[in-house]
Design a protein around this ligand. Structure first.
Ligand SMILES: C[S@@+](CC[C@H](N)C(=O)[O-])C[C@H]1O[C@@H](n2cnc3c(N)ncnc32)[C@H](O)[C@@H]1O
Length: 323
């Protein structure tokens, strides 16, 4: 094992640069010569050439003739979609890349040090930079992860009694839209930051569920819309250290009617390897938890684990109800 090779950042940063400059798009548009690519991207030709040659050596892009570049399958992933979005240094991809520079402090202190580079904690940074927040929301939403899995209950027969659903920290509404589409008897409320839910009307309209969906722009640390049969927390609890995660569960507990359920999606299933999830550590100080930890947190919030299982698409979910 060559540690020097393992520590070499040339390839990741070259990918970031190629994605940020939209090189794959320029090639797809017919600009294949290095001079044309450099002009289209407004960068130094020789430096770009070295970066692209490096990526060709790593199997991304082809160079069918000296100084002329072509797309191959790996390079096509840079055209659009989650990989392009997650690598683009001008958007959330830049935050994720540069945040690695805070790993040492995060390890020293046991909490994120994201503010060291960006001046604020992650969520406050997004709040202060609407363009970065928009690219984060996009990465989280349909553009980022494909169509979300609407099966958010371990026992699907419970859907018969679900008339109202609240998706807590539901982003721009992609999951709620799919849930409402799959369950025509249900009405739904999306809860997320005002700037994020602002994009939900178009998501609900595109899914044909606008008449059954509403959105509330608020913090999920404040009281939640009360009395829904089902509260969904997808990819939310694992964003937070234990005290905040328990606080969110408490908000769900106080809003929950006696027969209601809370569905948490995004834990570590018993048959899955526990992953260190270092990116979540540096960005937000969160982590994916195993079932045993959900049991403890649920109890602290006045809830109890009723079931756990996997969504059809394979994500681990834990279902809670009043104790
Ligand atoms: C990792 S994303 C998950 C989004 C969505 N549930 C999904 O799975 O795609 C976490 C979400 O929590 C939201 N969020 C973070 N802090 C929040 C707060 N204090 N109040 C409301 N929403 C918050 C973010 O805006 C984001 O949409």
């Amino acid at each position: 094992m060559n540690l020097w090779e393992m520590a070499d950042l040339s390839t990741p940063w070259s990918l970031h640069v190629a994605a940020t400059l939209g090189i794959a798009g320029h090639i797809a548009a017919g600009k294949t010569e290095i001079a044309d690519l450099a002009a289209a991207a407004d960068v130094d030709r020789n430096s770009l050439y070295r970066v692209l040659r490096h990526l060709v050596n790593k199997g991304v892009f082809e160079e069918p003739a000296p100084g002329r570049f072509a797309l191959n399958d790996p390079a096509r992933q840079l055209l659009e979609g989650p990989i392009r979005l997650g690598l683009d240094l001008n958007g959330i991809g830049g935050r994720m890349a540069h945040a690695w520079g805070t790993l040492l402090t995060a390890v020293r202190r046991g909490r994120p040090a994201y503010h060291e580079i960006f001046g604020r904690a992650f969520w406050d940074d997004l709040d202060a930079h609407p363009d970065i927040a928009a690219s984060f929301d996009e990465l989280m939403g349909v553009a980022g992860h494909g169509v979300p899995d609407p099966e958010v209950l371990v026992d699907p027969s419970f859907w018969a009694s679900v008339k109202t659903v609240v998706d807590v920290g539901g982003g721009t509404g992609a999951l709620l839209a799919e849930v409402l589409r799959a369950h025509p008897q249900a009405r739904g409320t999306l809860v997320d930051f005002p700037r994020t839910v602002a994009r939900s009307p178009e998501v609900f309209a595109a899914a044909g569920v606008a008449e059954r969906a509403t959105a509330v722009g608020q913090s999920f640390f404040d009281p939640l819309p009360a009395g829904a049969d089902l509260y969904i927390l997808k990819g939310v609890i694992n964003d937070w250290p234990d005290p905040e995660a328990i606080a969110i569960l408490k908000r769900c507990a106080e809003a929950l009617p006696p027969a209601g359920r809370v569905s948490i999606i995004g834990g570590v299933g018993p048959d899955e390897p526990e992953s260190p999830e270092l990116m979540m550590m540096v960005l937000v100080g969160g982590r994916r938890r195993p079932l045993a930890e959900f049991r403890v947190m649920a109890r602290e919030a006045g809830l109890a684990v009723r079931a756990s299982g996997k969504q059809p698409t394979g994500r681990f979910m834990v279902e809670l109800a009043a104790e």
